[in-house]
Design a protein around this ligand. Structure first.
Ligand code: NDP
Length: 407
């Protein structure tokens, strides 16, 4: 019998949904590069249900309990007295999501003597100290590709939202106003702009493809170049580094994993290299952009806008400066947890668990760490080291204020 400890975000404030705005999800046959969608033996949920919150349990309970395993699901993930910390000591498997990450620090690995597998129900395992996983012989896996397109769509939305001054115009309407000049004085077309992505992996290249019909000039930087025919098809210009690329761009979008090479990449010096009035969209990881440098650049006008959905730590403390800086379009970490994405990452998590529990190999493309080394997708995208920490600061989210419902 295995003990599976699963950390998920809270249910909606009004309770677990009993109905949804739409009745079904479109059928996706394959991911754009041909990779197959998750292939568990079965699923015990209806695609389109809320699965990423505690009430949804990733659709895992029936399957795990039928196999005699124990499933513990909690949202209480931070601090020494949290349920997560208590249950971790004899857990065999930890599952969490980047949206509401269980920060797997070296200290937590040291406590979790039975731990064999850490699963990210999503993409991006930077909340896990990969070096500690390597040293403790723990496998780390994630559901590669499950929400890459979800994020790419969000990036395009945010670029347009910032450039067109959508959020401030919407606020004005909600407040009963009609002052068109206030809306228009910060509003631009993106046609003709230069848009660059830091990384052209699954998300970055999907963003490039989606932006091409807007008649913008496309740029990218990455550790490896795209095939020449893809560069030609997209008409995209390669730059050796982010520092080389950003002076050419009106819009920069960050789509690289967080690892020691990318942590704090967008510091004051990098932002100073950008054009005055550029837009920066970061849906990759909060720690890639320097918190104070971003807030300062919005105050000074060096950046005309900043948007994204990733913060550090998560949940963001109530006093996080990004909540109140001007001209931002930040959301909580939601781009990769649409109901569409949830159906894929819940199925992918089940596929990984089925493999683990039945002693079958986990798909190479899902592996980040295995056998005491970076493996599979992890060997390609990450470098060893640690950029995790942060659970102490996430505790500050718990100041006694009521949760704020979405409008
Ligand atoms: P991929 O692995 O497909 O792409 C990552 C790309 O980043 C690769 O092309 C990789 O290069 C490149 N890269 C790595 N390091 C650098 C660097 N120092 N400079 C430039 N490029 C670099 O992953 P995805 O596109 O699917 O996801 C990217 C990231 O987005 C995830 O790691 C995660 O942090 C974030 N994400 C956010 C989500 C959200 O909800 N907001 C959801 C999903 C992901 P190469 O392979 O050539 O070495």
């Amino acid at each position: 019998m295995a003990k599976i400890l699963c950390v998920l975000y809270d249910d909606p404030i009004d309770g677990y949904p009993t109905s949804y705005p739409r009745d079904d999800l479109p059928t996706i046959e394959r991911y754009p590069d041909g990779q197959t969608l998750p292939t568990p033996n079965a699923i015990d949920f209806q695609p389109g249900q809320l699965l990423g919150s505690v009430g949804g349990e990733l659709g895992l309970r029936k399957f795990l309990e039928a196999g005699g395993h124990q499933l513990i699901v909690t949202e209480a993930k931070d601090g020494p007295d949290s349920e997560f910390e208590r249950e971790l000591v004899d857990a065999d498997v930890v599952i969490s999501q980047p949206f509401w990450p269980a920060y797997m620090t070296a200290e937590r690995f040291a406590k979790a003597r039975n731990l064999k597998l850490v699963v990210t129900a999503g993409i991006g395992s930077d909340h896990t100290d990969l070096q500690a996983a390597i040293e403790n012989g723990v496998t780390v896996a994630e559901v590669t590709y499950c929400n890459s397109i979800s994020v790419a769509e969000h990036v395009v939305m945010m670029i347009l939202g910032l450039a067109r001054n959508y959020l401030q115009s919407w606020d004005l309407v909600k407040a009963g106003g009609w002052n068109i000049a206030d809306c228009a004085a910060r509003s631009y077309d993106i046609e003709g702009m230069h848009v660059g992505t830091v990384a052209a992996g699954r998300i970055g290249s999907a963003v490039l493809r989606r932006l091409k019909p807007f008649d913008v000039h496309l740029h990218y930087t990455d550790r490896h170049r795209l095939p020449a025919e893809v560069e030609a098809e997209l008409g995209v210009t390669f730059h050796d580094s982010a520092a080389d690329m950003v002076p050419h761009c009106d819009v920069v979008t960050i789509n690289a994993p967080l690892h020691p090479e990318t942590e704090n990449l967008f510091d004051a010096a990098m932002i100073a290299r950008m054009k005055r009035g550029a837009y920066l969209v970061n849906t990759a990881r909060g720690k890639i952009a320097n918190r104070e440098a971003v807030a300062d650049a919005l105050e000074s006008g060096q950046l005309a806008g900043y948007a994204g959905d990733v913060w550090f730590p998560q949940p963001a403390p109530r006093n996080h400066p990004w909540r109140t800086m001007p001209n931002h379009g930040m959301t909580p970490h939601i781009s990769g947890t649409t109901l569409s994405a949830q159906a894929r990452y819940a199925a992918g998590t089940r596929e990984i668990l089925e493999c683990f529990l039945e002693g079958r190999p986990i798909r190479e493309e899902y592996l980040i760490v295995d056998g005491g080394r970076l493996a599979g997708a992890g060997a390609h995208s990450y470098s060893e080291g640690n950029a995790t920490k942060g659970s102490e600061e996430a505790e500050q989210f718990k100041v006694p204020l009521p949760p704020i419902p979405a409008q």
